[in-house]
Structure formats: C-alpha cells, structure tokens
Design a protein around this ligand. Structure first.
Ligand code: COA
Length: 391
C-alpha cells in the first residue's frame, strides 16, 4: 500500500517587506540579504494572525466534506505555539469542522515538528488504511529587530493531508534520521524571540545532512543519481545550497545540472516568504511541484528536514501519476499577488504589538486582514478566532 501526501495547502500573511528596503534601513548592502542570504521578501504577521489561524487558513482550501469525516488524527507541528498545555491542533480541528472522533496533538522539535508528524501519520495510516491524517506546520519566525537573524524571519503555514494511495507524493519506506543534543537555536518558554548561534547552526545543519545522507545510502543502496530533486529545510534559501554543494560531486554531470536547477526552483516561494520553520521544507516542496514545468510522474524527490537542537532526517517520495492536477497553483499565485508591501517603520510597529497578558479583553480589527480565519481578540486569557466564511 502506498502512503503519502494527498493534498498540500499553504498560507502566508498578507503583508511583507522588501529585503532591499530592510537592508537599507539596517545599513547593510542589499546583496547581503538578496544574494548572501537569498531572500527577496519577508512575510510580516499582523496581530490578527497566529500559528493557529495561519494553519487553519492553509488547511481551509484543501479539506472537503469527505476529508472532515475521514480525518481521525490531527498533528500540529509548531515552535510558535500559543499555549503550553492545550494543543494548537484542537483549535484547528474545531475551526475546520473535523468530525469529533479524532485525536489532536501538537508535535515539537523545532523545525522538524511537521516531519515527525508526517512519519507518525505514515505509521497510523499503515495500521488504519481507511483513515486520513491532517498534518500542519505553522510558525512565525522572530529573532528581533536589528539582530543578525532578522533577515531570516518570516511566517506561514503548510497543511498536508496524509492518506493511503496519495495523489501527489508516495513516501518510500526507508528513511534516515539522527539526533544529538546541541544548542544551536532554542527559545526558552519565557522568551518570544529565538536564541540562535547562527554560524554553529549552519555548520550543524550541514553536518546532520551529511550524516543522514550517508546513512540513507547505506540503508537503500541508492545514489545521488537516483534522485531527481532534493528539497531542503530552508531557514533562508542559501542554506540548502550550502548543504547540496557538499555532496554534488557524487552526481554525474547531467545529474548535477538537474539537481542545481531543481534546487533553484524549490526555493521560489521561500524566497518571498522567509523562514516558516516547521513548514519551510514543505513550502520548498510546493515551490518545486508548482513551479517546475518539466517534473515527471515517477520522479524521486529527496527531502531533508532539520530541527535545531537537533534532529535531522532524510527521506524520499515518488511523484504520483497526474500529481499536477491535485495542486492549487492558481490559488497560491493569487495569494502572492494579493499581498501588500509595507514600509520598514510599519513592520517595526507591527513587530512590537502585543496581546494583553493580564486577562483583560481586547477586540482586534479584523477588517484589515483578508484572511478567512483571523484572531479576533482575547478575553479571559482565551483567544477568540473567527471564520469569516461561516460567520
Ligand atoms: N553581497 C553578497 N553576499 C554577501 C554580501 C554582499 N554584499 N555581504 C555578505 N554576504 C554573504 C556572506 O558572504 C555570507 O555568505 P556565506 O554564508 O555563503 O559565506 C552571507 O552573505 C551572510 O553573511 P554573514 O556575515 O554570515 O551574515 P550574518 O553573520 O549577519 O548572519 C546568519 C547570517 C544566517 C548566521 C543569521 O542570519 C542567522 O543567525 N540566521 C538564523 C539561522 C537559522 O535560522 N538557524 C536555525 C535553523 S537552521
């Protein structure tokens, strides 16, 4: 039985800043951000969006009535959770109207959370082939104004429907994974911004990649020439390229060209969104699938997931017949086209906005936010969400 990705949804907030403008404001050469880091635009999250609403908006357009009946497990990978106790999955389960006979949990291991969710979903479907699992990866990357990490901020969510006989990507059986306790990036529960040892984090990302790539080859007897494209976890679009370059010489000349060209295509959406942590790898996959006109059914796609702290995993999937018919390219094109560029001053103001933490009631103005699902306020320490489509 094949198990894998049957549908993919994506959402990013409607606001962004241009990286040239951010560079000018920070007194650095624009090419550092656009070439050295490889980012063109950075999504900015209005106060009316959080990880829950972003994920619900990503899933809204892919889940139909049949899915709502068949989904019996919702796993929400995030490192921007809104509650230390209640899982973000329960909120999304409610907002989407999924049947109550379902399990809902949150998965945390930095940017690896959604991959953990997919692998757990795979095991669940193997035991219950008739069921479907909704995997969500949603995050708001915050390093702070004027910090080295600022140019790698971003926000967005990816929703993946995992099922038997998937129509987009069938996951292959073997996978290689590795864990080591390191402090390259972390966010203590008292902080709303991440702590990061950027250079160390870059090194570890590559070291973990080499480790799992080696292990994958031993487990499968496959080589780089058997893989048509590799999608990477992308904290910024230059990062995956640094990792790919460490193994590219293992490929034939023709294959090198294919892998490097597919790498560029796989960064298209991420370049204009920024880091979305748990969803970043799957946004890269979406870029590749929606933007590469020549990708053929049956192609093998490699996926490298890395979550600081750290866990790395390399796994592969096979593109299914007519997979292109099951993507939502037009919707994503119009999502990007409808975004609004804001000034650096406006971004800084939004960045500093905070919800009350004293139990007081705040109503937020959701009329300026075009998202169907918004955070409309907070009352008695409870977040109030609104789905404008069902209101
Ligand atoms: N033109 C072109 N490239 C330029 C440039 C210019 N004018 N100025 C600098 N660059 C390049 C640098 O050479 C470097 O490229 P390289 O890494 O290929 O050598 C790149 O731009 C970044 O410059 P650097 O000086 O290393 O930037 P920095 O010290 O300000 O920080 C990060 C970069 C990535 C370390 C920082 O943004 C960060 O910590 N980000 C978060 C990391 C992260 O997300 N990790 C967790 C998950 S993996």
């Amino acid at each position: 039985m094949k198990i894998g990705i049957d549908k993919i949804g994506f959402y990013t907030p409607h606001l962004y800043v241009d990286m040239n403008e951010l560079a000018n404001a920070r007194g650095v050469e624009p090419e550092k951000f656009t070439v050295g880091i490889g980012q063109s635009q950075m999504a900015v999250t209005p106060i009316t969006q959080d990880a829950v609403s972003l994920a619900a908006n990503a899933a809204l357009h892919i889940i139909d009535e049949e899915d709502k009946e068949k989904i019996d497990l919702v796993i929400f990978g995030t490192e921007s959770g809104i509650d230390h106790s209640k899982s973000a999955a329960v909120y999304v389960h409610h907002l989407l109207g999924i049947n109550p006979q379902a399990r809902c949990i949150e998965a945390k291991q930095a940017c690896y959370g959604a991959t953990a969710a997919i692998q757990l979903a795979k095991g669940h479907i193997a035991l219950h082939p008739e069921s479907k699992v909704l995997v969500l990866g949603a995050d708001i990357a915050r390093y702070g104004l004027n910090t080295p990490g600022e140019s790698t901020q971003g926000a967005g969510a990816v929703a993946l429907l995992i099922s038997a006989e998937p129509r987009i990507l069938a996951l292959e059986e073997k996978s290689a994974y590795f864990t080591a306790d390191i402090m390259d990036f972390w966010r203590p529960i008292y902080s709303d911004i991440a702590f990061v040892d950027g250079k160390f984090s870059n090194e570890q990302y590559i070291w973990f990649f080499n480790k799992v790539w080696e292990q994958y080859q031993e487990k499968t007897d496959l080589t780089l020439n058997d893989i048509n494209a590799i999608c990477y976890h992308l904290p910024y679009t230059k990062m995956g390229l640094k990792a790919l370059r460490t193994i590219i010489e293992q490929a034939s000349e023709e294959q090198k060209e294919q892998l490097l060209s597919n790498y560029q295509i796989s960064t298209a959406y991420n370049r204009n969104v920024g880091n979305i942590y748990t969803g970043a790898l799957y946004l890269s996959l979406l870029s590749l699938l929606e933007q590469n006109k020549d990708l053929k059914d049956g192609s093998r796609i490699g996926l490298y997931s890395y979550g600081s702290g750290a866990v790395g995993e390399f796994f592969t999937g096979i593109l299914q017949p007519n997979f292109k018919e099951h993507l939502n390219k037009e919707q994503h094109t119009s999502l990007f086209a409808s975004r609004k560029q804001i000034s650096i001053e406006a971004y800084e103001e939004i960045f500093e906005e905070e919800l009350p933490t004293d139990g007081s009631t705040t109503e937020l103005d959701i009329t300026q936010d075009p998202a169907p699902i918004c955070l409309a306020g907070i009352s008695d320490n409870m977040r109030q969400y609104v789905n404008k489509l069902t209101k």
